[in-house]
Design a protein around this ligand. Sequence first.
Ligand code: GLN
Length: 453
Amino acid sequence: EACNAAVADAATLNAFIVTTPDHALAAADQVDADRAAGRPLGLMAGVPIGMKDLFATRGVQTTAASHILEGFTPQYESTVSQRLWDAGAGMLGKLNLDQFAMGSSNETSHFGDVVSPWRRSGSTAGLTPGGSSGGSSAAVAARLAPAATGTDTGGSIRQPAALTGICGIKPTYGRCSRWGIVAFASSLDQAGPMARNVTDCALMLQAMGGFDPKDSTSLDLPVPDWSGALDANLAGKRVGIPREYRMDGTDAAILKAWDDGIGWLKDAGAEVVDISLPHTEYALPAYYIIAPAEASSNLARYDGVRYGLRDLPQGANLQDMYAATRAAGFGDEVKRRILIGTYVLSAGYYDAYYTQAMKVRALVARDFAEAWDKCDVILAPTAPTAAFALGEKLSDPLAMYLGDVFSVPASLAGLPAMSVPAGLDGAGLPLGLQLIGRPLDEQGVLNAALAIE
Ligand code: GLN
């Protein structure tokens, strides 16, 4: 129904790193028990979901798709996954991802590429499901799971959702607790749901979100009833179209989908206005300084002592063990990020790169803050292209990074942003449109997405 490729067997997708059927079955049994006892059912009662393998799950291996964490079994549960279990959900398994969530194609995983269930018409070539939440997007698109968790640092919920024809929302920074999520870039990381439709995303986000005293950046605010307040009537709403997002290198089919989206939002009663986000072109380079800088610091903890892998050569001292463990445990992309991050934080380079990038981040955030005088929600593409072939960009990191051009600005500004399916391109591949909202206005984002869906 959703995909144009017949998936012979789920294993071809390589979406799951481990499966946990007993966990999902226990949630189903709990529904029966609660019903029999007349107890109220939770928001996610009995729903079997996939869990991106970046969330710590008690008693279940948590790898971040890295060799360095292989065999690490947490004694604790992430806040977000615990909330989902408390709401009645069960876990089908841990989903594959780009190693430490660094990537846009799910080709940096220690456990191999995830293959999209989609194919270009007339071709059998394997395509990327997007990244870093590529296991999540592939599993939901192929109907292996009705919903899955994702995390988004610079687009990793939205871009894989767009490339596989599903929905995904990154809430306002601070809505979902980061406690128990393997850290990539802490000032950007946010969890969110990936599901078939807007309503399912709204429901699941309600279960995932909320204040957590264990995360100092968690917002101490009640979780609104987003699903109950869904409304596709956009009368009185102004939708901003950022002119700087009309960039060279964007597929014609995506520009056409963007125009279609403008039409659908007008049909829903919205007024469409032209807006300017003048610092857009600097967002991507700033992101690729800030995210690696934070990553280089966060990943310092993988030392061969505390988690997973330990490589202790014969006669080695402590320093040798660190070096051997990290050399063997981290993949190439992770090492590239650590090197870049360490460089931009070094004495002598800090001001030239890191401070400069932080200034750009403030300007990008200010662009959005000024845009909210003219509009209530912003419509843009999610990614500049549809799914590309596995292997196509792997040897060219810059080409890969360029694919994040439309998703990183909202990340730098901490804004809620969602990708919603917007039809197929000429080759039969799904396209996604992105809605970006004011801080805390997940409702405005969800409602506009509902009008497009
Ligand atoms: N593709 C981006 C990166 O590689 C975003 C990843 C993410 O959001 N986790 O950094």
